[in-house]
Structures are given as C-alpha cells and as structure tokens.
Ligand binder design. Structure first.
Ligand SMILES: [Zn+2]
Length: 161
C-alpha cells in the first residue's frame, strides 16, 4: 500500500516537473551534464598527466621501462632540449643567460638563479664568439639571377617590329 502511495506520489511529481519545465529544463539539464562530463574529463586528463610525469621521472632516474614508454620519454627529453635551446638563444639575444637547472632567464652577471637558487656559472665568452664565417660560395649567386632577368627582357624585347 505504501509502495503504491510513493509510486503515485513520485509519478505526480514527475508529471508536474515535466509540465513545468519541459523545454528549458532539457536545455539546462543538458548543459549541466556536459559541464559535469567535461569536469570529469579534466580530472582524467590531469591524472594521465600526473601518471606521465611520474613515469618520466623514473625514466630520467634511469629506471628501465617498457620500450614503448621509453620511446615516448626520449621524445619528451628531445622536446625539452629544444625548448631549452630556444630559451637560451632568446636570452642570449637579450644579453641574458639561462639557468641550467630550471630554464629561467637571468641577468648575465647573476651568480645564482633568481627562480630556483641554483648556482649559475658564467658562460665562457669564447663559445659565443666562435661563429664560423659563412663560405662565400654559399651566398646566392647574384649573376645567375641577373642573367635570368636579362634573358626574360630579351624575350620580351620585340626585335622585329
Ligand atoms: Zn633556476
């Protein structure tokens, strides 16, 4: 008997809600669910990232890993090195240097990193200077272009008018 009562009561409520908010409710309900789903997805992504970081740390520490995982870790290291190199180049152009430990840009005269506190040795000046002179043969041949232009002009030139 009580079961019936609650069933009826529930049905009445259900019906009322249906009539009340049929259109907008669907919209907001859908929006809410989408937000919840993307919230869950963000949690998953963060966990995956954390898992990746933990595994990558193990790779850096030299722990033997499954081959597929090791290949990906090597790829991460390559990208990190590429970033470090670009940061260093940018800093050098600004007359700064880069902390070897954390990658922060520092004034050239800094002895310790302002970001992580690591000791920063002065870069040997010679390394910066030794830039190989570009071979003159490698430069674009201005004559080749000129000849082509002259050829084109000759073609355009109406000799027999
Ligand atoms: Zn640092």
């Amino acid at each position: 008997m009580t079961d019936d009562f609650f069933a009826d009561f529930g049905e009445t409520l259900h019906q009322a809600a249906k009539e009340f908010t049929a259109k907008t409710d669907n919209f907001f309900e859908g929006q809410k669910m989408r937000n919840k789903i993307s919230g869950e997805q963000r949690q998953i992504d963060q966990c995956l990232k954390d898992v990746g970081n933990i595994i990558y740390e193990k790779f850096v520490e030299g722990e033997p890993l499954h081959e597929d995982v090791a290949v990906l870790c090597e790829e991460i290291t390559e990208h990190k090195m590429a970033i470090a190199k670009m940061r260093e180049n940018m800093a050098r152009k600004r007359g700064e240097k880069v902390c070897a430990a954390c990658g922060a840009a520092l004034p050239k005269e800094a002895r310790f990193c302002l970001q992580c506190g690591a000791e920063c040795e002065d870069e040997p000046e010679e390394e910066v200077v030794e830039d190989p002179e570009p071979a003159p043969e490698e430069k674009d041949d201005p004559f080749a272009e000129k000849e082509q232009q002259e050829d084109a002009e000759q073609e355009k030139d109406p000799q027999d008018l």
